[in-house]
Design a binder for this molecule. Structure first.
Ligand code: GLN
Length: 203
């Protein structure tokens, strides 16, 4: 297994799916359920699921302030988990990736300067898959799975749009935080996780 220690907030949602992608990248994921778990990791995934449930459970487990602290505190000697192509000036901050409900939580914590609307991709059309153009990945399209996804209505200062769908940002980055309104953990394509956590493909 690779030396990088990437945590997954593991109280609700598609934890196992993110873990499977990390394993394909030869990273053994670390499940985060308690405040002291943050000491073990260099990067964190906040999965998709139901954001209200994740928030309420995180609150019950006393995880809200440790989580905010982990995301916003630079750490000396923190090995950067980010590849050359996505490294920021401020690479002492841990690399964070939120998908769908994870994106909603990052906004709720005041950590992403964006405005969103939950479940905005239509009620009757609860779920859909579409081939996305994600320029940082090159010309081969990425299969985007949207499940009662939040819509990013506005991106503010410091937020870079990494991909759009029908003119709306769906994959963004603000300094050390990446967030997607779709679910790259649910498809058989590891390029987004690989880009974010910067590891070479198994072969
Ligand atoms: N609709 C969910 C919410 O509002 C997010 C859905 C998802 O993560 N797939 O939290």
């Amino acid at each position: 297994m690779g030396g990088k220690k990437i945590g997954i907030l593991a109280i609700h949602g598609d934890v196992a799916e993110h873990a499977a992608v990390l394993r394909k990248l030869k990273i053994e994921p670390i499940e985060i359920r308690a405040a002291e778990d943050f000491e073990k990791i260099e990067g964190l995934i906040i999965p998709g699921g139901e954001s209200t449930t994740i928030y309420d459970l995180a609150k019950t487990y006393g995880l809200i302030s440790p989580l905010r602290k982990f995301i916003t505190t630079p750490r000396k000697n923190l090995p950067t988990t980010c590849s050359e192509s996505c490294r920021t000036a401020n690479h002492q901050l841990p690399t964070i990736f939120g998908t769908c409900a994870g994106l909603i939580l990052l906004v709720k914590f005041g950590l992403l300067n964006v405005e969103i609307e939950r479940n905005a991709y239509g009620r009757q059309l609860d779920s859909f898959e579409v081939n996305l153009n994600v320029p940082i990945l090159g010309s081969r399209k990425f299969p985007g799975v949207f499940i009662r996804a939040p819509k990013i209505l506005r991106v503010g200062k410091g937020v870079e749009t990494l991909a759009e769908f029908e003119g709306t940002p769906i994959f963004i980055r603000q300094r050390n935080i990446f967030a997607a309104s779709f679910h790259p953990e649910l498809v058989n394509d590891i390029r987004i996780h690989k880009f974010i956590f910067g590891l070479k493909s198994p072969r």
